[in-house]
Design a protein around this ligand. Structure first.
Ligand code: SAM
Length: 282
């Protein structure tokens, strides 16, 4: 089904990116759209209330958060179908990016409502482009698991990716996450982009081994971690079966499983945690 958003008679849902710290990042189109809608659906009505009052905009607010995403989305879709012009904003940056909104988009589209985005600030892309790391290909992961074992497993799965990796992280977990990254990904170049667009904005460009030495007290606020991808040239030509065969053959020659995995890792430059994982899955 093809239909142009602004030339169609179909109803339209507006997804708006909100400032990630500096309110002056709100565009004229962002302000114009908020002035024109009948209803603003948002993650937290207090946060959005403050944002709107900064721009002297008064609109009815309705909350759509993770815990009520489906029921609130259905309600909002009903309002749009009844003729209301509705915008959705999350607390900061793009809705749907480590924030609610995806369910609303899905339900709106199912109900023949067009969806548009009023572009603006986003923490991940802002961090990436100023990080100094390769921007040609990147992988956005968002938040790693808060659980130690799951976080390590997620990193092991990512250790093979050649694209630059982008993570969101909270200050109380930053030290643990950096230590796990160093352990699993090896000593790669990285960038912590902290407090973007705010007075204390800082880009820390260093290796992971330098980053784990940083004083935790100095790593406060909101932050994005950008890590370079693996540049291992051998890995694409060695598949998992081949790696397992190599481990088996070192074992047969007398090495323990641990030493055989270490040897294969040294030989292929493939992360030992990754080899350990595929070896034990088979
Ligand atoms: N939807 C947002 C976006 O488009 O960027 C992300 C929301 S997510 C719940 C919040 C996380 O984004 C924070 O924990 C932090 O990792 C990152 N973040 C948000 N604002 C930031 C800022 N001003 N500076 C650095 N990171 C920020």
């Amino acid at each position: 089904m093809r239909e142009q958003n602004f030339l169609s008679k179909r109803p339209l849902l507006y997804l708006l990116a909100t400032p990630i710290g500096n309110l002056e990042d709100a565009s004229p189109r962002f302000i114009k759209t908020l002035n024109e809608v009948d209803l603003v659906a948002c993650e937290d009505t207090r946060v959005t209330g403050k944002l709107l009052s900064y721009f002297s905009i008064k609109k009815p607010l309705i909350s759509l958060r993770e815990h009520n995403e489906v029921s609130a989305s259905e309600h909002i879709v009903k309002e749009i179908l009844e003729g209301k012009k509705v915008a959705y904003v999350s607390d900061a940056g793009y809705p749907c990016i480590s924030d609610p909104g995806a369910k609303l988009v899905e339900i709106a589209l199912k109900n023949q409502i067009n969806v548009t985005c009023i572009p603006g600030p986003n923490a991940a892309l802002s961090a990436l482009i100023a990080s100094g790391l390769d921007c040609s290909h990147f992988y956005f992961h968002g938040f790693l698991s808060a659980k130690d074992k799951e976080r390590k497993e997620e990193l092991i799965d990512l250790s093979h990716r050649e694209e630059t990796l982008i993570f969101y992280e909270a200050p109380h977990r930053i030290k643990k996450t950096l230590l796990d990254m160093l352990d699993v990904l090896g000593n790669r170049k990285a960038c912590i982009a902290r407090e973007l667009t705010k007075l204390h904005e800082e880009y820390i460009r260093a290796t992971l081994s330098e980053m784990v030495e940083l004083d935790e007290e100095s790593l406060k606020g909101e932050m994005v971690i950008v890590v370079e991808g693996t540049y291992d040239e051998l890995s694409p030509s060695i598949d998992d079966d081949e790696l397992i065969k190599m481990v088996n053959s070192y074992q047969q020659s007398g090495l323990s499983t641990k030493d055989a995995i270490k040897k294969v890792s040294e030989l292929t430059s493939i992360n030992k945690n990754y080899i350990y994982k595929i070896y034990h899955l088979n």
